[in-house]
Design a protein around this ligand. Structure first.
Ligand code: GUN
Length: 297
């Protein structure tokens, strides 16, 4: 049976570090880190993610606001909201919860965020710096994956990492992050995706498999080799009439079968999801720090 990579425990460790660092930062600078989260529309999963971000801010000792905007908001009104947060000195980080309702251009929206406040690490400036190995805000879910690997003794250096999925918020940034010639990275990375006739040809070669496909339990035991380390990024709702809420949450990996042959595996829930919030907190403190430094010069 595989060792469980406990995202809850690791996220808690990181949050305790941030609480301490925030106390020192507030004392020495008199500045309270501030995060603004923008939620457009009423998608239930997004509402719950946004609520957990607000709660985490409170615990860290941050100032936070949540802008809840209607699904039919015009793009120019949304951009005006971001622009006003860009200019708000109490706000050091801005996150626009994705996906956005249809009709809003995600790229234009993200590009409107001040790169100095891009604590989500998804602005083209942050992604560009990530790709060429410069210090920047790291996208939260990829950074969470990297921390999970490093803190459990599964350093990716020299390993073959296979990422399944090529999204802009997980697949592409995590692949780029782990291939850098840097500590906690330096992996040989393959990105497999729906363009492959048979993804198992690639997943079977993985020392470390990162599943970010968005399909419930798509990775099964026959698709991986014994001793693989698995990070499951999927958060899928599947109908389950036996439960009061009518659904349960599963990952992109068939946990029951894969956990029998893997060396280590992150569960869903209790895995990557909690790490994403912890890394967002870390980036928000970093944004406040950088802002204070810029003000000094
Ligand atoms: N929706 C799901 N994951 C994320 C994320 O990491 N950032 C944003 N902005 N939206 C998301």
């Amino acid at each position: 049976m595989a060792e469980i990579i406990d995202g809850k425990k690791i996220a808690e460790e990181i949050k305790l570090e941030i609480i301490q660092d925030t106390k020192v930062f507030k004392k020495t600078t008199g500045i309270t880190p501030g995060l603004a989260v923008i939620l457009v529309g009423g998608d239930p999963a997004s509402q719950s993610y946004v609520a957990s971000k607000g709660k985490a801010c409170e615990r860290m000792g941050f100032y936070s606001i949540t802008e809840k905007l209607p699904a039919d908001i015009s793009e120019s009104d949304l951009l005006a909201c971001i622009d006003s947060l860009n200019r708000d000195p109490k706000i050091h980080g801005i996150l626009v919860q994705l996906p956005l309702p249809k009709g809003l251009n995600e790229h234009r929206v993200i590009e409107t965020i001040d790169p100095n406040k891009d604590v989500d690490g998804i602005h083209p400036m942050s992604i560009g710096k990530l790709v060429i190995g410069l210090d920047t805000f790291k996208s939260c879910t990829p950074a969470g994956i990297q921390e999970m690997l490093v803190r459990t003794g599964n350093d990716p250096s020299g390993k073959h990492v296979v990422v399944v999925g090529r999204s802009n918020i997980v697949g592409k940034p995590v692949a780029n992050m782990l291939l850098q010639k840097q500590t906690g990275a330096n992996a040989v990375v393959t990105v497999a995706h729906t363009g492959a006739a048979d993804i198992s040809k690639f997943t079977k070669q993985a020392d470390i498999l990162i599943a970010a496909i968005g399909k419930p339990e798509a990775i099964t035991a026959s698709m991986v080799r014994e001793g693989v380390v698995v990070i499951d990024v999927g958060i899928n709702r599947v109908e389950d009439a036996s439960l009061p809420k009518g659904y349960r949450i599963v990952g992109d990996v068939h946990f029951e079968s894969v956990s029998k042959i893997a060396k280590a595996i992150s569960p869903v829930p209790g895995g990557v999801g909690l790490m994403t919030v912890a890394m967002l907190m870390k980036n928000t403190l970093r944004a406040a720090r950088l802002n204070a430094k810029r003000a000094e010069t």
